[in-house]
Design a protein around this ligand. Sequence first.
Ligand SMILES: NC(=O)c1ccc[n+]([C@@H]2O[C@H](COP(=O)([O-])OP(=O)(O)OC[C@H]3O[C@@H](n4cnc5c(N)ncnc54)[C@H](OP(=O)(O)O)[C@@H]3O)[C@@H](O)[C@H]2O)c1
Length: 269
Amino acid sequence: MNTIFITGTSTGLGRASVKLFSERGWRVIATMRSPEQEQELGALPGVILKRLDVDDPASIVHVVAETLADHPVDVLFNNAGYGLAGPFEATSDEQIVKNVTTNLLGPLRVTKEFIPAFREQGSGVILTTTSIGGLVTMPFNSVYHAAKFGVEGWSESLSYELKPFGIRVKTLAPGGIRTDFSGRSLDQAGHEEYAESVAKAGRRFRDPSRDSTRSSAEEIAEIAYVAVTDGTDQITYVAGIDAQEHLRLREGLGQSGFVAESTRLFFGD
Ligand SMILES: NC(=O)c1ccc[n+]([C@@H]2O[C@H](COP(=O)([O-])OP(=O)(O)OC[C@H]3O[C@@H](n4cnc5c(N)ncnc54)[C@H](OP(=O)(O)O)[C@@H]3O)[C@@H](O)[C@H]2O)c1
């Protein structure tokens, strides 16, 4: 039986992934911050709930050791994450540290605990949810981009050193997913000097016409499944029509052209 260890499974993409891998006969170590509140996932075939806050290094060490003592793990899926939006100048040090801790240090720390076991067994896949925002930029998301671009660079570099041990390192870079990410999973900062440009950009972010190109969590979970089972050395999986279009625009226009076009889209009248 294949085993996958997933972080951030209480809602959204993590939750959809638990269900998908369980349906396909996998053992799923579904980790979340508050497993005592979970009513449904623990009853699914092969699903084992564990408490894990990826901001807490001691709990990472403990949960990974406990998991590996019980079962070999084939796949680590670092999925926990949340957004931080607003002018950088207005962002508190606490907000920056927390966002980078969850989105960047979390995957690094969890992965570090799995590598010795993966190396010894001569196999393993490490998949981390980044975002299209790990490959292209949007205004007023600079800290989130710092973390997600960071994970993309870290993953690509790590892939060189782990490949000789049979370990594949991959990223899942979704566009918009219809989850509560822009509700409960979005921290925000505000500053009056930026109010007008934030309002303009906000119109673009909330444009209802963008809804039709967003994906469901189930659709993105399918791409996570492909990423961890296709047996290829592909590193980044750009997931969703919107994400693919966004990346094409960036690659087609180059940096200056892309920033000029994004400026027009977000701030043009
Ligand atoms: N939705 C989008 O449009 C979108 C687009 C691109 C990338 N993503 C990425 O997709 C991933 C999943 O997000 P989602 O869309 O599924 O949103 P979501 O439904 O809000 O899920 C976020 C999950 O991360 C968990 N989490 C947050 N901080 C955590 C921590 N310190 N330790 C453990 N778990 C933590 C949350 O758990 P709690 O219930 O405990 O808060 C929740 O389960 C994130 O990495 C996000 O950056 C989302």
